[in-house]
Design a protein around this ligand. Structure first.
Ligand SMILES: [Zn+2]
Length: 110
C-alpha cells in the first residue's frame, strides 16, 4: 500500500482510511500478519472511491489470512510517538523522591 502521509508523532509513513463509521484514521502502509484491518474500496455517491478499513474479529482474521487477504495494523497500535495504554513513561527518580517527600510531609501534619 502506497503511503500517503507521515505520522506527525513518529515520522513513519502512514496511510489514511475511513472506518465503517466514516471516521478517518491512520494505518501502517505495510501489511502485517497480526493486522486487524482489511481494506475495502467503497464507491461514494459522487463516483469517487473511498478507502475503507474494516476491523475484523479474531475468526474473521484467520479466515481472511487463509484466503490470502492482506491484513493491516492501525498505526495507533504501532506508533512509537504515542504512549501505549497501560504502558507509559516511568516516573523519573527525582520526581518520585519529591512526591514521596510531599506525601510524607502531608502525613506528618496529621
Ligand atoms: Zn506515529
Amino acid at each position: 500500500m502506497e503511503p500517503t502521509h507521515h505520522c506527525n508523532k513518529c515520522k513513519q509513513p502512514i496511510i489514511f482510511a475511513y472506518s465503517e463509521n466514516g471516521v478517518r484514521f491512520p494505518l501502517d502502509p505495510s501489511s502485517d500478519p497480526k493486522g486487524t484491518f482489511i481494506f475495502h474500496a467503497q464507491i461514494q455517491p459522487d463516483g469517487r472511491t473511498r478507502r475503507v478499513a474494516v476491523g475484523l474479529t479474531k475468526h474473521e482474521r484467520i479466515k481472511a489470512a487463509a484466503e490470502g487477504e492482506l491484513l493491516f495494523l492501525s498505526h495507533r497500535a504501532t506508533c512509537a510517538g504515542t504512549r501505549k495504554p497501560g504502558g507509559g513513561v516511568p516516573m523519573p527518580p527525582h520526581v518520585r523522591a519529591e512526591m514521596n517527600a510531599k506525601i510524607s510531609a502531608a502525613k506528618a501534619q496529621k
